[in-house]
Design a protein around this ligand. Structure first.
Ligand code: NAP
Length: 249
């Protein structure tokens, strides 16, 4: 039996276990199992590896996406640039780290924009872990962007919410929410934007996937914008993890 799993803390709401267990059932994959491994500290990882010699791959979630790096033998280029690992592949006793959030976001964005990437400029709301993968993906797609933070940051690629007006929104047609605003159970929250300046030329991408339609997406839709939630990204990052574990060199 090939064992896969997720490390993090706490792990009460795991999409991955449900996704992979259903995938194994649907696709008749009988020699694989996916388990949750709640680690109170990342220092418990070597013990976990020793106890499960049939581990083939792990997903990594909060709060270990950065801390896990010191246990790896090798790290993929995009994951290194992002500074965070959410997939570990085991090969010949060695551990290599990847970031499948990056692929999930990048691939879902390309299809959301219907491949019309040229000349698109993006506002990336929030400056946390998810924003890092989004920024590297935008850079690799040659999408110019500004990061939007609640804090004033002394860097020309950063702005605050107060800097966003109609003129700026005319230039930046793609708005990506990487903040947790609007996530269940606080579904009425949304990023502070001048929504009346949003048009049918705008694309609003919300990384939040619960609820299906967030307040941010709803406000965009009311003004004719195209919108997407984070579910495609979540599914694509899981499938990318599966691809990495099974045939990625
Ligand atoms: N769909 C997917 O596959 C996927 C993958 C990863 C993450 N996500 C989702 O993405 C969201 C962010 O994840 P994360 O790990 O990056 O979270 P995080 O690090 O906790 O927060 C992201 C950033 O959001 C901003 N922020 C936080 N609270 C805010 C508030 N009350 N008002 C305005 N801005 C606020 C902060 O930036 P500033 O301090 O600079 O304002 C913060 O750095 C979560 O909802 C997560 O579920 C989805």
């Amino acid at each position: 039996m090939k064992l896969f799993g997720l490390i993090g803390y706490p792990l009460s709401h795991s999409f991955s276990k449900k996704y992979f267990t259903e995938k194994f059932q649907k696709e008749g994959i009988n020699d694989a199992a996916y388990e949750l491994f709640e680690l109170k500290q990342i220092e418990e990882l070597p013990e976990l590896l020793k106890a499960h010699s049939n581990l083939h791959g792990l997903n990594v979630t909060i709060p270990y996406k950065e801390k896990v790096k010191k246990y790896l033998d090798d790290i993929d280029e995009a994951a290194e640039e992002i500074g965070a690992v959410n997939v570990i592949k085991f090969e010949n006793g060695k551990l290599k780290g990847y970031n499948s959030d990056y692929f999930g976001f990048k691939n879902s964005l390309v299809s959301f924009l219907d491949n019309q990437i040229e000349n698109k400029k993006a506002l990336i709301l929030g400056t946390g872990g998810a924003a890092k993968a989004v920024k590297v993906a935008c850079k690799d797609l040659a999408i110019e962007f500004k990061s939007v933070s609640r804090k004033q940051i002394d860097d020309p690629t950063y702005i605050t919410y107060q800097d966003i007006d109609g003129d700026l929104l005319e230039e930046y047609k793609l708005i990506i929410n990487t903040t947790p605003l609007g996530m269940s159970p606080k579904i009425e929250a949304f990023p502070d934007l001048p929504y009346s300046k949003i048009t049918n030329q705008h694309y609003l991408y919300d990384l939040v996937y619960n609820p299906d339609v967030t307040a941010f997406m709803q406000k965009g839709q009311e003004n004719g914008a195209k919108v997407i939630n984070g579910l495609d990204m979540l599914i694509m990052q899981a499938e990318e993890a599966w691809r990495i574990w099974n045939n990625h060199q």
